[in-house]
Write a protein that binds this ligand. Structure first.
Ligand code: 5RP
Length: 245
């Protein structure tokens, strides 16, 4: 009888496949953040150590990914020296049929977006549980905001017409990763707060919502990644499937 794969085994499958299929010697590579992207970073490190990949430089999307990459001796650069990346690989919290994403559950959405928007190819790696018919209720939409007058910014976010009455909740915890409970306000890698927007219904128009959030003074970046995805690699019980934009 076939044994059911664990969540970690599924994440490892897609993380390794993304690197095996899309990372070649000489490339500038964006390294995502989270428990799925962790395995892609691990694979890049393995292949550099074995000599299978050469002359890679990478740009991490968070402090914790930077630390993992450093521990694996992956050479790191920044967007200041390398404005174009060949490929970026990252996880997601939700993926809709148009391959629009919600990201930022791990609190790294600003660095993820600036890096992934600069990549020729953006490869998303997820397990089947992240695939939804529409963005919205299944996972809150994170928005990174400046701490100054945060309650005012949260009220303005809730008032946006495309927000559909979603409720703004200031993320708390000892880290920006919302899987850690706590009383303190969570602080991002950019010393900002994270506001999680909780939707009761599917987001009707992600493009309009992204546009409206961008105009709210006090926001730094939001976790709607619209029209950015090149391919999604999905791990399920029946194996791996790939969806191209
Ligand atoms: C971090 C992210 C992550 O990519 C997203 O939260 C998915 O994480 P995981 O692979 O651990 O489920 O956007 O800010």
């Amino acid at each position: 009888m076939a044994t059911k794969l664990t969540q970690d085994e599924l994440k490892k499958m897609v993380g390794y496949k993304a690197v095996d299929d899309h990372v070649k010697s000489g490339m500038v590579v964006g390294l995502g953040t989270g428990s799925t992207a962790y395995f892609a970073v691990e694979r890049v490190g393995q292949k550099l150590a074995s000599g299978e990949l050469k002359d890679i430089v990478a740009i991490p999307t968070s402090i914790r990914t930077k630390e993992q990459a450093e521990s694996l001796n992956i050479p790191l650069v920044t967007l200041d020296t390398h404005s174009r990346l060949d490929v970026a690989i990252d996880g997601a919290d939700l993926v809709d049929p148009a391959l629009n994403l919600v990201k930022g559950g791990g609190g790294a959405l600003f660095r993820e977006k600036i890096v992934e928007a600069s990549a020729d190819k953006f490869i998303v790696i997820v397990d089947q549980s992240k695939i939804v018919d529409a963005l919205g209720p299944a996972f809150p939409l994170p928005i990174e905001c400046l701490p100054f007058c945060i309650e005012h910014t949260m009220r303005n976010l809730e008032a946006l017409p495309a927000m559909q009455g979603a409720k703004a909740v200031l993320r708390r915890g000892s880290s920006a990763n919302n899987k850690v409970d706590g009383e303190e306000i969570a602080i991002s890698d950019n010393n900002c707060y994270l506001v999680d927007m909780h939707f009761d219904e599917p987001i009707k128009d992600p493009v309009a919502l992204a546009d409206q959030i961008n105009k709210v003074v006090g926001t730094v970046e939001h976790g709607l990644f619209v029209g950015m995805t090149t391919s999604v690699i999905i791990a399920g019980e029946d194996g791996i499937t790939v969806k191209d934009a």
